[in-house]
Design a protein around this ligand. Structure first.
Ligand SMILES: *Cc1c(COP(=O)(O)O)cnc(C)c1O
Length: 236
């Protein structure tokens, strides 16, 4: 099996190729390494290969790793479901939250963000294809959420995030990403450019980059297949 370092290089190359195909600059696309369920040594291996940003879904699992890597330069992005009673550790330990989908949670994160830290970077998750099983605001709910969050000084609204239903064909994969980009284009203002489009995973990163992704969230292609989760011991 390839090493994490070799896989990371392959993913970076895939990003460069997709960017070139799309007439975009590859260095404008940030690679978020999704390290959920992965042990600390895997994260250290990725860091040794130059990776800085890591995405985590399961809070308890994430907190122990953040603690273990406290003195490193790792940057932590929360990308999982948010529970109301678990917002404080998110506000205290993460640099970004990609999966915000409620004004109530926004208010809690704002109130709980420690003063000595910079504002928490936020992407609003959008449920663009009405999947019952997925979190996310509907496009109709976005304007109000954006207004409210803009008034929260400890949050910095950076853009939108989507997890579309899986599709295999490139054209089908592009569609929800294109919709997210258009939604962003319609909502953006000079004061609030919403420059971040967090979209694309291992199976659809090329499609996402063609449609303007600025952060791709890649797990399997870097770390290999994930072991099955024991959901009772984690806050999924
Ligand atoms: C797990 C996960 C990813 C990474 O998925 P892969 O298919 O392993 O690349 C990206 N985003 C979110 C929100 C995830 O939960």
């Amino acid at each position: 099996m390839d090493s994490i370092q070799a896989r990371l290089q392959q993913v970076q190359e895939q990003i460069r190729n997709a960017a070139e195909q799309a007439g975009r600059q590859g260095d404008k696309i940030e690679l978020l390494a999704v390290s959920k369920t992965r042990p600390v040594p895997d994260i250290e291996a990725a860091m040794a290969a130059g990776q800085v940003a890591f995405g985590e879904n399961y809070l308890q699992d994430a907190l122990s790793k953040i603690e273990a890597l406290r003195d490193s330069s790792a940057q932590w992005h929360f990308i999982g479901r948010i529970q109301s009673n678990k917002t404080r550790p998110i506000a205290e330990n993460f640099d970004w939250v990609h999966s915000l989908d409620s004004i109530k949670h926004a208010q809690r994160l704002n109130d709980q963000r420690p003063e000595q830290l910079t504002a928490l970077n936020i992407c609003l998750q959008v449920n663009i294809d009405q999947q019952a099983s997925k979190g996310g605001l509907t496009p109709e709910q976005l304007p109000e959420a954006i207004d409210k969050i803009q008034a929260m000084p400890r949050l910095k609204l950076r853009g939108l995030m989507v997890i579309p239903a899986p599709a295999t064909e490139l054209e089908a994969q592009r569609q929800p990403f294109s919709q997210l980009r258009q939604l962003r284009d319609n909502l953006a203002t000079p004061e609030l450019p919403l420059e971040t489009l967090s979209m694309g995973m291992s199976g659809d990163l090329t499609a996402a980059i063609m449609e303007g992704a600025t952060i791709v969230r890649i797990g399997t292609a870097i770390f290999g297949p994930r072991p099955p989760m024991n959901r009772t011991s984690n806050n999924a």
